[in-house]
Design a protein around this ligand. Sequence first.
Ligand SMILES: [Mn+2]
Length: 335
Amino acid sequence: MQANRPHEPSYGGIPTFSKLPLVLDPHGLAGVDVAILGAPIDETVSNRPGSRYGPRAIRAADDSAGVPPSRPHMWLGVDPFAELRVVDYGDAETVPGNAAESHTQIRRRVGEICAAGAVPIVLGGDHSIAHPNMAAVAEHRGKGAVGVIHFDAHADTAADLRGVVRSHGTPMRLVVDEGWVRGDRFIQVGLRGWWPDPDEFAWMRKVGFHWYTMYELDERGFDVCLSEVIRSAHEWGQPVFLSIDVDALDPAYAPGTGTPEVGGLTMRELLRAARRIATELPIAGVELVEVAPAYDPSGITAVNAHRLVLEVLSGLALARTGRAPQPEHDGRPHV
Ligand SMILES: [Mn+2]
């Protein structure tokens, strides 16, 4: 269903993602390439709440006016909305105060997207949703058949946080313990700060995680490490689930999040990573989590999250065409 009139201004109308058609019934997913789903939940955070408002803020951060949307990528030379059939699948029916039921609902909706043969892009919500998201994708593709590239300040690999297992600090351990993702198919990028503790790192080493701390990215250079991540994921020979916690970004770019940590990625680095991963690797699913608008006075965190999704869509579109990037050049000879 089209929720917007053709010429509503960018700031007007019902904010589906980029004024895309809204689909609420799984039958409407037939023939869809990518479905964007909101997962508004934040009961499972360890620090500041508010990411339940993330999906709406990300949708409202769009500045495109036309229906249908057209967003030709200046560097890739591809319009994701011309190449791919993308829809907004609304929000999962999360239940306030009932994290277990919320996760069941998220997993159900992500499963419906996978069953339709589409790629889910899930807007959080706190990072606890990685568990239902990855479980749904792995249920569809096969247990252990999907690898994970995970951008985050934190590893999210606690066994529990003060006894709470269903938390935004535990999902990456849960998905491995339950067999949805193999530990040696996990790469984390951007870790820094003061958590997790050596115990968590010991568990991660034991099950075969790889990770790139901000310190290593600084020492060796971001692009060198990014190429290494992509090469490793290629060697898996498996589709990839891309998990982006917006707190991977430096708080200068993403103040609107529950557990900010200084010394993070620049938006240019994360854009390049999202673009290259979506272009160069087979993508089974994507999540973008932890946008908390209450701490985002300028709205920049929501804008960055929205643009990261556009960047992923553009990369997926380029991969679909099989073309090389066609940057908008001015005609000067380039070396
Ligand atoms: Mn996280």
